[in-house]
Every structure is written in structure tokens, then in C-alpha cells.
Ligand binder design. Structure first.
Ligand code: TYD
Ligand code: MG
Length: 461
């Protein structure tokens, strides 16, 4: 028999070396290298023994349409690509306390009416989960509940003859396999536990949810190793001070990856928000300077949010640039373009930019809305309240086309907006636009429009 091979694996990046070292050569992290034993199936110079020959087939061939389990929670189903696929593994990551356990308990309670569901908690005692179920008013659901952390026990219990539809493991960081010495939560344990559970899910055909906590660096612990192993990766995000939460698909083998689901955390658990724009704009004050409504897209869905900016004289020699909910390097780019192409200087001023409500916007289409908020704050002139803004800004000061203009305009019209600042469109579509369109070709035109009193020009003079 081949001798087990010892290798040393970095717990932070997964790099493996033959020798132990205090510092990982590939990622530079200290004290992250741990010994692992691996036995090769096909040792050097030999071929694998006892393997079964696998059958190969053509690409063409009749495969049945994938049946999906629908939870009935529309925001959740859409993010999953239209329901759960049997035999798939879904990783759901997020900060501790954001509501992952709550969401999954609600999901399995819904699915329990249609099939057999199992919820295994490695973090909380049975009583705690029961208490939460009561609070969520789902205590009557036929969910099989267990508190366990040994993967061997879980496999033995799930590999029986009766069929399971959905299994939740909360969380993968608490699970351990007894063949490894390392503690639960280490890369080796997380990887080995997930591997065993996923293998069983494929074999038995149940949908497997793995809850994964996100570490400080914003990566699901077990440095991304899990993301490669599962079929779907969902992130559950939200700002601590806000009550709504966003479920975002970042990888999905069975659906699109740019969808979001919006939920609101209430005292009775998570409730769906089917009209997020109305929620994000609910606290808008209207006629104040430094705010612009951005008509954005999240996946297939248009979402309107308010972008707020504050430009104030800086007491510091290096002015502050603070951004919440947007990319700070894009803010730097926009202030540079405003300065170089439009003569609007923000030097010597602190700049704060905030996407109201806690949504994280990552579309370049938000450029124009951010610029509008900045100019509006600088000139202390409100952007007209009935106006939405979108468009990407180029380094030459040009305003560039963005995708899905029609959907953005339609949503804006639906929410009662009557005007839009948008990039010049290449070809005019037939039919009436639902609102008045102000096409902006150069950023300087926006400055002129918002600076009716010519504050900036007087300042410069
Ligand atoms: P939880 O699902 O335990 O988070 P995670 O599993 O991601 O760590 O959610 C915990 C938070 O949610 C906690 O701060 C309380 C809040 N919460 C409510 O506001 N309402 C509810 O009905 C429930 C069950 C939780
Ligand atoms: Mg939890």
C-alpha cells in the first residue's frame, strides 16, 4: 500500500508545499500553514487500481427538463434561477447576524408542505431554533430538526432509504470530519466536510444548503474553496443599521448571476419586498441639494435609489473622500473629470457620497447620478425632484450609453417621475417615451443645467 503523503497547506490561500514554513510564499500570510495527509490514488509510476471504467456519451441526447422545487417566496426563487434544483449544492454566505438562519428556516418551512426537509444546526441548540420557528410562526411546519456537527453522523443519518428533498447545514464552519485532526472551521475541515456532504447530495438527489460565515476580509471562510465546489453561491447582505437585506447570486450553474432578492427584516422574520424602488425612495426629502435619483438595474430588475453627496470645505490638508455603497475609485475618477473637463474643482473640499438605504451599487451607469449629486451639493441647487439620472461618464467628459434604457425609464415613470437625464441615444426608438427625456452628451452640459445661477462660473471668475 502506498504511504500517505504529507503536505503543508496554507489555510488562507490553499497553496500547498512540501515543507512547513512560518509564512506562506504565495499569499504572504503568517502562521497559516497546516499539515495535511493525502494518499494518492495513483502513486508515481503506477496506475489507479480498483477503479471502475466510466461511460462516455455524446453532447446531444435527450435530457429531461430540470424539475425545480419552488418555495413560493418569489424574491428567493428568482435569485435561485426559478427554484431549487434537486442534487444541487447552494452556499449562502453573509456576515454573522445578517439573517441567514432566519431565511433558511423560512425557506424550509415553505418547502415542507411539498417534500421532506431537514434542518441541521451546528450553531444553535434545538430550543433556540424552535424559539425562532415560533417567532416566525412556522412552528407547525414538518421540518426534521437536529443539532449536530459530526459529518460522519450526518452522512449515516441521511443515507437511509427514505427520500429527502432539502437539507440545510447551518453552518459549514461548525462541521467536522473525524479523519482530520484540524479544528472545525479550518480550511481542511470546511473543505472535507463540504465535499462529503455535496457528494451525498448528488447521490441522493436532495438540494443542499450550506451556510457560510464571511470573514473580516469579506471572503467566505475556507478562502473561496467552497465557492468552487458548489453549484450556486448566494450572498446575503445588508447594512447593520438598516432593516432590509439583499440576497445576491454571485455564481449559479442553473440560472443568471445578476439577480437580487430584497427582503425586510421584521419582528416576525424576513418579508419580501416586491417593489424595492419604493422602499429605497421612501425617505426622500425632495427639494434638497446634493441628492439625485439614480435609475439602476439589479439583474433583470430596475431599482431606483437616491445618491446623496455632501461637499464641504475641508479643515484637513488632505481632504476626505468618503463613500458608502459605491466604488471610491469611481468617485475619484468623476471628481477628476469634473475638474479637468468642466472646470469644477473639488480640491480643498471634503466629499462624502452615500447611496441612501444601504444598497451597494456597482454599475458604472451611476456615474451621472453621482456627478449630479456632487454638482448639486456644490451649487446648493436641488436636482429637480421629478427627475431620474443615469449614464456612464468617460474620461473625456463624455456621457456614455448604458444598457436597458427602456426598463429604467419605465420604472421611473411607474414611480411618478416625469423627467430623465440620460446619455444621448444612438437611434431613436419609435413610440412615446413614458417621460420627458433630456439627453446629455457631455458632462459639461449637466453642469450647465444644474448650475442655473452660475454659482460655479462666478466662483471661478
Ligand atoms: P440570524 O438568522 O440568526 O443570522 P445569521 O444566521 O446570519 O447569523 O438573524 C439574527 C438577527 O435577525 C438577529 O439580530 C435578530 C434578527 N431577527 C429579527 O429581527 N426578527 C426575527 O424574526 C428574527 C428571527 C431575527
Ligand atoms: Mg445563524
Amino acid at each position: 500500500m502506498a504511504k500517505p503523503q504529507t503536505r503543508y497547506v496554507c489555510q488562507s490561500c490553499g497553496a500547498s508545499t512540501a515543507k512547513w514554513a512560518g509564512r506562506c510564499e504565495s499569499c504572504g500570510a503568517w502562521n497559516t500553514i497546516v499539515e495535511e495527509q493525502a494518499e494518492s490514488l495513483a502513486p508515481k509510476g503506477q496506475s489507479a487500481k480498483g477503479g471502475r471504467k466510466i461511460d462516455f456519451v455524446d453532447l446531444a441526447g435527450a435530457s429531461a427538463e430540470i424539475p425545480r422545487a419552488i418555495t413560493g417566496i418569489a424574491e428567493f426563487d428568482r435569485v435561485c434561477g426559478g427554484g431549487l434544483v434537486p442534487g444541487s449544492a447552494i452556499l449562502i454566505g453573509g456576515d454573522p447576524g445578517i439573517g441567514k438562519s432566519t431565511l433558511l428556516l423560512q425557506v424550509v418551512a415553505r418547502l415542507a408542505t411539498k417534500g421532506s426537509t431537514i434542518y441541521i444546526s451546528g450553531e444553535e441548540a434545538i430550543d433556540q431554533v424552535r424559539l425562532r420557528a415560533k417567532r416566525l410562526k412556522v412552528e407547525g411546519a414538518q421540518v426534521a430538526l437536529a443539532a449536530a456537527t459530526s459529518v460522519r453522523d450526518i452522512l449515516a443519518s441521511l443515507d437511509g432509504t427514505d427520500h429527502k428533498d432539502v437539507v440545510v447545514i447551518d453552518s459549514i464552519q461548525t462541521m467536522y470530519v473525524d479523519t482530520l485532526d484540524s479544528a472545525p472551521g479550518t480550511v481542511a475541515q470546511v473543505r472535507a466536510s463540504a465535499q462529503e456532504l455535496i457528494r451525498l447530495a448528488k447521490k441522493r438527489g436532495f438540494a443542499l444548503f450550506l451556510v457560510g460565515h464571511v470573514t473580516k476580509e469579506g471572503v467566505i471562510a475556507g478562502p473561496r474553496v467552497l465557492e468552487h465546489m458548489v453549484d450556486t453561491v448566494l450572498y446575503f447582505e445588508g447594512e447593520r443599521g438598516h432593516h432590509f437585506r439583499i440576497l445576491r447570486a454571485v455564481k449559479n450553474r442553473f440560472g443568471p448571476t445578476d439577480e437580487i432578492g430584497v427582503f425586510e427584516m421584521t419582528d416576525r422574520g424576513l418579508s419580501e419586498v416586491s417593489n424595492p424602488s419604493a422602499l429605497f425612495l421612501a425617505e426622500r426629502r425632495g427639494d434638497v441639494s446634493g441628492a439625485a435619483v439614480f435609475a439602476g438595474m439589479e439583474g433583470t430588475r430596475p431599482v431606483l435609489v437616491e445618491v446623496q453627496a455632501l461637499v464641504a470645505p475641508s479643515p484637513f490638508s488632505t481632504p476626505r473622500r468618503q463613500v458608502v455603497g459605491w466604488d471610491s475609485s469611481r468617485l475619484a475618477m468623476i471628481t477628476a473629470v469634473l475638474d479637468a473637463r468642466c472646470g469644477v474643482s473639488l480640491a480643498g473640499a471634503d466629499v462624502y457620497l452615500n447611496v441612501a438605504g444601504g444598497l451597494k451599487v456597482n454599475e458604472p451607469a451611476a456615474d451621472l447620478a453621482c456627478a449630479a449629486a456632487l454638482i448639486s451639493s456644490l451649487t446648493q441647487t436641488p436636482v429637480p425632484t421629478d427627475t431620474v439620472v443615469f449614464g456612464e461618464i468617460g474620461l473625456a467628459g463624455e456621457v456614455r450609453q448604458v444598457s436597458q434604457t427602456e426598463a429604467r425609464l419605465k420604472e421611473a415613470a411607474k414611480l411618478g417621475f416625469s423627467k430623465a437625464f440620460l446619455p444621448r441615444r444612438r437611434k431613436q426608438r419609435g413610440g412615446d417615451a413614458p417621460l420627458e427625456l433630456v439627453e446629455i452628451d457631455q458632462l459639461a452640459e449637466l453642469v450647465q443645467r444644474l448650475d442655473g445661477e452660475s454659482t460655479l462660473r462666478r466662483k471661478r471668475a
